[in-house]
Design a protein around this ligand. Sequence first.
Ligand code: CTP
Length: 447
Amino acid sequence: MKKVITYGTFDLLHYGHIRLLERAKALGDYLIVGVTADDFDKTRGKINVQQSFMERVEGVRALGLADEIIIEEYEGQKIDDINRYGIDIFAIGSDWKGKFDYLCDYCSVVYLDRTEGVSSSEIRTENREIRIGVIGESRFLKKFVKECTYVNGAIVVAMVTDETSTLDEDFSDIDIIADSFEKIKDFIDAVYVISTPNLHYEQVKAAVNAGKHVLCELPIALHPDEVQELHSLAKANNVLLVEGLKTAYSTAYARMLLMIKSGVIGKVISVDATCTSLREDEFSSIENEKRSWNSLTAWGTVAMLPVFQILGTNYSNKQIVTKYANEKSKFDIFTRICFTFPDAVASIKVGKGIKSEGELIITGTKGYVYVPAPWWKTDYFEIRYENQEQNRRYFYQLEGEGIRYMIVAFISQVSSHRHTRYIGDEVSMMISSVIEDYYSDKDVTTI
Ligand code: CTP
């Protein structure tokens, strides 16, 4: 019996896939199809596959061409499979021509002509092309605009900025560059907002009222009641308001949260997060400095994320210790916040103008999680125990600092019109509540 094997993602099964499988099957008597696992696809850079692994397997199974379906999970697996299943022929589309010649040592390799004019990527783009308007300062928007080019279905068509005359070529593909939201609103489906924290509330409100979906960097407002109001407004207008913060969308960070919830380090007693950077921005006036991203708004939002996601939002008290660059602007170059919960504690140490080790440590009754600096770009973490032999290390590839995954999540939520909360409303509101306390000097000591 001649055995044939082929591999693919088979997302949104199309005519090209069917033709390939038919021809692969005709090469022998028994066809094995390797469907690529989501994690492995991510490692290969294919990050916005639309269907789940099980849906893709079902699609292939329903065709009735495969005699056996296996899962492709790791680099180098093809050689293992060829040996294990006694494969005679490895078949693959001609877009891979030459790439699998190394398998000739194990079986014959056949490249089948790719069917012209159809691909999963094109279908994904056609299915859900979301026209995005970006709002904010060009230095913050640069990465987002670039990352959108890697995500099928996300196209940045418009931009609102004060710097209309000084933009560089990173923005040359954007059709409409304007100084107000009013001028772009008829040409977009959604907005991404990363201006300055004091402007977010009004900008999000305008977008939601115009019926646009919104992805807004935290904090989405400086007061918790405003956050609540914006969420209610989004609901009433039947649009999505999605909290943005890239860390929350990284696979490693999400897995870490799940593992902690499943009890691998016992009961969590303490969450300690540090995020710092030196100051790049100098301000021409106190007013500008007042409105800018300070340590608490830029880094505090990030550091509070694991605190509230792991311990919940019901802390019983907190102490904020802060060092201002200038008391009048309330620009803090350093802030430390200690939270006490009924049965746990947390501390965050953040700074824009100081430098420290940017690590995250989650202490439990059985062991602890250690995420090395810079933990907010999480691709790796360790679970450590007293008996070091039990230590475990986890690595998940992170493309585009995580911004890419945030865009993928946003686009798929907009196109399916289903809000999957990576950052809960209550976490977002609590972060804004701490910021409100900071600005009203509640629980604040200065050094
Ligand atoms: N294939 C083909 N003709 C097409 C599309 C895919 O013969 N028009 C083949 C590929 O060469 C591969 C298999 O089908 O052998 C599975 O391909 P996959 O990567 O899952 O599909 P694509 O449509 O190429 O996906 P994407 O656009 O995400 O790259």
